[in-house]
Design a protein. Sequence first.
Length: 335
Amino acid sequence: MSRLKVAVVGCGGAATGHALALANLADFEIVALVDPSERNLASFRTRVPAVADVPAYDDVEAMYDAGVEVEALTVVTPHTLHHPIVLGAIKRNLHVLCEKPLTCDPAHAREIESAAATAGVTVMVRYQRRFDPAYRYMREVIASGGLGELRSIMVSVGQRWLTNTKGTWRQDPALSGGGMLMDSGSHLADMLLWLVGKPVETVSALVDNAGSPVDINTAATVSFAGGVQGQLHVVGDLATTWMENVAVSGTNGLLRYEADPQHPWRTGRVVHYRDGELVQPVNLPEPPEIHEALLATIRGEAVNEAPPAAGIAVAELSEAIYRSAGQGGARVSVR
Ligand SMILES: NC(=O)c1ccc[n+]([C@@H]2O[C@H](COP(=O)([O-])OP(=O)(O)OC[C@H]3O[C@@H](n4cnc5c(N)ncnc54)[C@H](O)[C@@H]3O)[C@@H](O)[C@H]2O)c1
């Protein structure tokens, strides 16, 4: 089978991981880079030597105009640019792996879902925790009734975000669409929704911008169908690098996830209690690499594990959080 021809759109920090992964996988070929910043492109080529000779364009339209043969995009740009770039790709029958959040506006995410279904192309959101063995273990225990009746869930994420992102697009609402909630908070919002697996009914939230034009700290109470209570805490002015904690409680069990503050990526530890007894999670299945998962979905060999619906649900929750906070924490319906 021929290699999937991919263009990397947005060649900054996060695109490095995408391109290094793609360059190491036999089934992919990076055929174009897109970024308006010459400086960022030059630095990207030094971080990813495999793309040294790949042609670059300052805009997706310039790449299309040049007639580049491309089959898929990885979209790794500031948040509010995701919607027009992803929609434009779908209209050209291209597949997309889009960084989180899929869009900032729920209506935009719904538009993408519908356009992708019409075009018959795959759009996957890069919610990599869905491909993390510890989180997958937790979801499997919950979905198979291993906690009994699900009662409560708390998810929290913290980062030294306020100081680390000062002066960048991340604190410019026109490009970011929001603050820490739209950024790392998006991952934990997705985990909250994915682990519970039930519709959200109401949200009550407080947001503190801590002097920034965008949200820094968020505390949201989320109620789900079936009486499950959820808490989402996003801390953007953490005094250390990282914090990530999850606790899920059911009528006969408890699951806890805790990340190492210095090495957050895929080092999370899961602790599982069943009827008061510690259960050792064994043989955690090794999930597919996310670009390989994209390809398997495109080829019809796998279901899309992070479809546009995930982006819609997070965008709806985020919109409800901002709406509630704007009303002093009033309890609001989602959607
Ligand atoms: N999944 C994760 O864990 C994770 C981690 C970090 C960032 N991200 C996501 O990756 C995306 C980019 O974040 P980043 O940290 O790489 O930011 P960044 O600022 O390092 O890189 C963004 C790049 O996009 C480029 N760009 C701006 N406008 C563009 C346009 N119209 N077309 C093409 N490129 C354009 C910029 O020049 C820059 O090089 C965001 O969606 C962010 O949320 C995800």
